[in-house]
Design a protein around this ligand. Structure first.
Ligand SMILES: Nc1nc2c(ncn2[C@@H]2O[C@H](COP(=O)(O)OP(=O)(O)OP(=O)(O)O)[C@@H](O)[C@H]2O)c(=O)[nH]1
Ligand SMILES: [Mg+2]
Length: 399
């Protein structure tokens, strides 16, 4: 059997009113695929208000899709929205007629994100959370495409088509795994609760934001840590907490998983304990990649996700990162006027920085210091007697 190269056809629903939006969604989907190690070859857009119940796309487009898959020798078809279990089954029959040797894998955005999380998760907590979310996603969607279960059972190679009985066995295996993972997660979480309780007497600051905004770069800069920061989506999946001092006030700073539009529901659900760092924070540094053409939409997605996590009322500093790129592209960019715009969006504290270039970090520290001080005073009313120190200049910094 000839191994197909990993190349994907991307599929999305278009909106004739906002044609640019689908391009942006597909760009992001391509970036996700690239992060997962899949090249993207062709894009198919279907202008429909809502997906077709049977195949997600219409019959005509389906024929076009088959043509693309054949011409490219594609290994994957990736849909930008979630496929229902029956859409998945129907598409699989159409795209994998028995006479074809190699299989075309059908993905949707959720499954792609789950796969990336699985590749990236380091700690046992994160791994367990992702495995749980992935199994919950797969349970209603088991079809003959899922040969990974065969491997786990020690089966061999391809099979012509799994009968209902085999799928039922697979379902049972997945259900058992789900209960085991839930148990395991409960144990891990109980240890974390104890750890977090010991943190009640210290101010907690969480870095949150859209994926690839520069959160880990900022975390490393403020805390002197060494977290992986790279131009990939979901470089960070685990949570990291560090003790940091600004002047003479200590606080805890955390970096965690980024958000993205259409984040799988199961994933948010099972990552709740990792995201406790955000939920329990006193202050959120909401980091934004200001050089991204759709950053306003990113801000909206992040604010919405924070609200879903019950973190919507925590004071936020809006940190507009990567301003170096904007300054280079638009020399006339008026930062002060622009700040006013974000204040109108409801963000009282707004600041431009470039974490990777160490631009304006001193001003950010000042701003953060003031916020931390407010919380610290509430925790330690007598601390004022010794006085707060503002001197944390690290010299030589550019604006
Ligand atoms: N030009 C420029 N690039 C930056 C800046 N800050 C971060 N980057 C780059 O942006 C990319 C993403 O940075 P990360 O710090 O990994 O972003 P993140 O928000 O932690 O991303 P995830 O963990 O994947 O969600 C990296 O390639 C960084 O080098 C900046 O101020 N300017
Ligand atoms: Mg990161």
């Amino acid at each position: 059997m000839t191994e197909k190269q990993t190349i994907a056809v991307l599929v999305a629903l278009g909106n004739t009113k906002y044609p640019d939006l689908v391009t942006e969604h597909l760009d992001e989907l391509a970036f996700l695929a690239e992060t997962a190690g899949i090249k993207t070859g062709k894009r198919l857009i279907q202008n429909l208000e809502k997906p077709d119940g049977k195949f997600f796309i219409g019959k005509g487009k389906l024929e076009e899709l088959k043509e693309y898959v054949r011409a490219l020798g594609a290994s994957h078809v990736i849909f930008d929205d979630d496929l229902s279990p029956s859409q998945l089954r129907n598409l699989e029959k159409e795209l994998n007629p028995k006479e074809l040797e190699a299989k075309v894998r059908i993905y949707d955005r959720s499954l792609l994100i789950l796969d990336i999380f699985l590749q990236r998760a380091q700690t046992s907590q994160a791994r367990t959370q992702v495995e749980l979310a992935r199994n919950q996603y797969l349970l209603p969607r088991l079809t003959r495409m899922w040969t990974h279960l065969e491997r786990q059972r020690g089966g061999t190679g391809t099979r012509g088509g799994a009968g209902e009985r085999e799928i039922e066995t697979d379902r049972r295996i997945i259900r058992d795994q789900i209960s085991l993972l839930k148990e395991k997660l409960k144990k891990i979480e109980s240890q974390h609760v104890t750890k977090r309780k010991s943190r009640q007497n210290i101010v907690r600051v969480a870095i949150a934001g859209y994926t690839n905004a520069g959160k880990s770069t900022l975390m490393n800069l403020l805390s002197g840590s060494d977290i992986l920061a790279e131009n990939k989506l979901f470089a960070t999946v685990d949570a990291t907490v560090r003790k940091v001092n600004l002047g003479n006030i200590p606080f805890l700073l955390s970096d965690t998983v980024g958000f993205i539009r259409k984040l799988p529901h199961h994933l948010i659900e099972s990552f709740k304990s990792t995201l406790d760092e955000v939920r329990e924070a006193d202050i959120i540094l909401h980091v934004v990649d200001i050089s991204h053409p759709y950053h306003e939409n990113h801000i909206e997605v992040v604010s919405k996700t924070l609200a879903e996590l019950n973190a919507g009322n925590i004071p936020v500093i809006l940190v507009l990162n990567k301003v170096d790129v904007v300054r280079a592209q638009r020399p006339d960019f008026d930062e002060e006027a622009s700040k006013g715009y974000y204040r109108q969006m409801g963000f009282e504290q707004v600041i431009f920085i470039a974490a990777a270039k160490k631009l304006n970090i001193q001003a950010l520290k000042q701003m953060l210091f003031e916020e931390v001080k407010k919380k610290h005073t509430l925790l330690y009313p007598n601390y004022l007697a010794t006085g707060y120190e503002f001197s944390f200049m690290d010299g030589g910094e550019q604006r």
